[in-house]
Design a protein around this ligand. Structure first.
Ligand SMILES: Cc1cc2nc3c(=O)[nH]c(=O)nc-3n(C[C@H](O)[C@H](O)[C@H](O)COP(=O)(O)O)c2cc1C
Length: 357
């Protein structure tokens, strides 16, 4: 018998029968003009779809205050829902399973992206250091406690809209320094009310969003992405190990489908942390991501049992037929960083070549 390739073995994720474990990681591509999903995304996502493969969309805004980067898609209007439908359809035609990553950037924004030029919203009124990553971040406005239900409701409605657009489920973006992390992490959250201070209070918003979304569409269609070990956009935490395990345990209460982690070594190859305690604590499917090669991925889902699925970002961006290349042991196309976030509907987007077989 030929040796099995763990990444290419089937896996049952809740009600979904996956034929392999190579997941498309969520990636912002800045080609959704005026926050509208565009027809060129039909080709982009369907190129990366396989029968029984899981795809996660780019981060998709839950409201008109959710944006902080140019030309990112939304899912809060009827028009956006309609525009997503043919994209979802394209993935389904190839047998793919498609989750929409729903997102609010919080303070990772500036006046120019906000309605009426208002201040971006956050857990805090402390801004990101101006000039970080070459962007003129605006000082945010701290959400009042009585405004938080509306933010939760935006996530709930976005999840409902995603289901109406035909998506199989949603991923709550609770990673990478955006609004949910701005509440989770003590390096940002300086509140003294029930949404700040203790670990329990800092996790309250994330869990209230999970609960609202799971009640709306069913926990069996809900995943969440977390990066407790990251420091992206100045969102560090003094005890990320405790934060991660607290969240993993708390999430079990809502019966959600998956927990998707960004590996700590992505930020620091010397890190003392691992995601194993979270993997152990969480009862659903565990997706690991960031910095993976084919070999690392095979080890993680194989002998190490560190994850059920591996999400690939840049390798999948540059190799639309990544699972096939893994199967054949083929060379990989190199990704071109220069076109990650440009607005061309083809270049660096749908023009990466497939294997010629
Ligand atoms: C172009 C680009 C856009 C990204 N956009 C998002 C995003 O919208 N949401 C998200 O959670 N992560 C985003 N990420 C992070 C990726 O999902 C992934 O964690 C990261 O690329 C590391 O994984 P890799 O080593 O497999 O590329 C993005 C990464 C890249 C390269």
């Amino acid at each position: 018998m030929a040796p099995t390739t763990p990444l290419l073995t089937p896996y049952k994720m809740g009600n979904f029968n996956l034929s392999h474990r190579v997941v498309l990681a969520p990636m912002t591509r800045n080609r959704s003009y005026d926050n509208m999903p565009q027809p060129h995304a039909i080709l982009y996502y369907s190129q990366r779809a396989t029968d029984g493969g899981l795809l996660i969309t780019e981060a998709t805004g839950v409201s008109d205050t959710a944006q902080g980067y140019p030309e990112t898609p939304g899912i809060w209007t009827k028009e956006q829902v309609e525009a997503w439908k043919p994209i979802v359809n394209g993935v389904h035609k190839k047998g793919g399973i498609f989750f929409c990553q729903i997102w609010h950037v919080g303070r990772v924004s500036n006046h120019g992206f906000q309605p009426n030029g208002d201040a971006p919203l956050s857990s805090t009124d402390k801004g990101i250091t101006p000039g970080l990553d070459g962007v003129d971040w605006s000082p945010p406005r701290r959400l009042r406690v009585d405004e938080i239900p509306a933010l939760i409701n935006d996530f709930r409605l976005a999840a409902r809209n995603a289901i109406d657009a035909g998506f199989d489920g949603i991923e709550i973006h609770g990673a990478n320094g955006y609004i949910i992390e701005q509440f989770l992490k003590d390096g940002v959250n300086d509140r003294t009310d029930r949404y700040g201070g203790t670990l329990e209070n800092r996790c309250r918003l994330a869990l209230e969003i999970v609960e609202a979304v799971a009640n709306e569409i069913g926990g069996d269609k809900v995943g969440i992405r977390l990066s407790p070990f990251g420091n992206y956009m100045e969102s560090g935490d003094s005890n990320p190990g405790a934060l991660g395990v607290y969240m993993a345990n708390a999430l079990n209460k809502y019966g959600i489908l998956y927990l998707h982690l960004i590996e700590p070594r992505m930020m620091d190859p010397q890190t003392p942390y691992t995601t194993l305690p979270m993997r152990k604590a969480f009862k659903g499917t565990f997706i690991s991501s960031s910095g993976y090669t084919k070999d690392d991925g095979n080890k993680a889902v194989g002998e190490e049992n560190a994850a059920d699925l591996i999400a690939f970002g840049r390798l999948f961006l540059a190799n639309p037929d990544l699972p096939k290349r893994f199967e054949l042991g083929a060379d990989l196309n190199k990704y071109d960083r220069a076109t990650f976030y440009t607005q061309d509907p083809v270049v660096g987007y749908t023009d990466y070549p497939f294997l010629e077989v």
